[in-house]
Design a protein around this ligand. Structure first.
Ligand code: FES
Length: 164
């Protein structure tokens, strides 16, 4: 009988890791969950950094080289945010109902970027996520890793404008 490896601890107490972990658990922590798990990391964090890749590799008991291989083979995966700042607008159901599409439309008209785009000056990358685990704070935005809850376009634009 195959011995179950102990699972590594979550990289931090950021709630988004729980979403990633839930994806892996749903698939019994099998290697087949790799692509879906990477999607889940990207949905939650906007990109895949080394911490995430190592965590996924250890959790699924897959060689890190394979995880890097998959992450770099599919162009949909980003290994780093492209702009100096990364704004992830949650478009999960709760946030959608509370106006995530309005936030996106306003960001688009102000900065001329769609999800997945970075402004021409490399200042801001815009991404979307299906749920960042803060539904009670809908509509939620994750700006440079910090969850900002109950966003209205005026406050969000002020925040974005204040970035360097
Ligand atoms: S739907 Fe946006 S945080 Fe859950």
């Amino acid at each position: 009988m195959q011995q179950q490896q102990p699972k590594p601890p979550l990289p931090s107490d950021d709630k988004r890791w729980k979403l990633v972990n839930a994806t892996m658990r749903r698939h019994g922590y099998t290697a087949h969950a790799l692509i879906e798990t990477l999607h889940s990391v990207q949905d939650a964090f906007g990109f895949l950094d080394e911490t995430a890749l190592r965590f996924v590799a250890a959790s699924l008991d897959v060689p890190l080289s394979k995880v890097y291989g998959v992450a770099t083979f599919y162009h949909i995966f980003m290994l780093k945010p492209q702009g100096r700042h990364t704004c992830v607008v949650c478009t999960g159901t709760a946030c959608y109902i509370k106006g995530a599409d309005t936030l996106l439309a306003n960001i688009h008209s102000r900065y001329d970027i769609n999800p997945g785009d970075t402004t021409a000056d490399n200042r801001l990358s815009l991404l979307t996520a299906r749920c960042v685990g803060a539904c009670g704070l809908a509509p939620a935005v994750v700006l440079n890793g910090d969850v900002l809850g109950k966003q209205e376009i005026a406050t969000l634009v002020n925040t974005l404008e204040a970035l360097d």
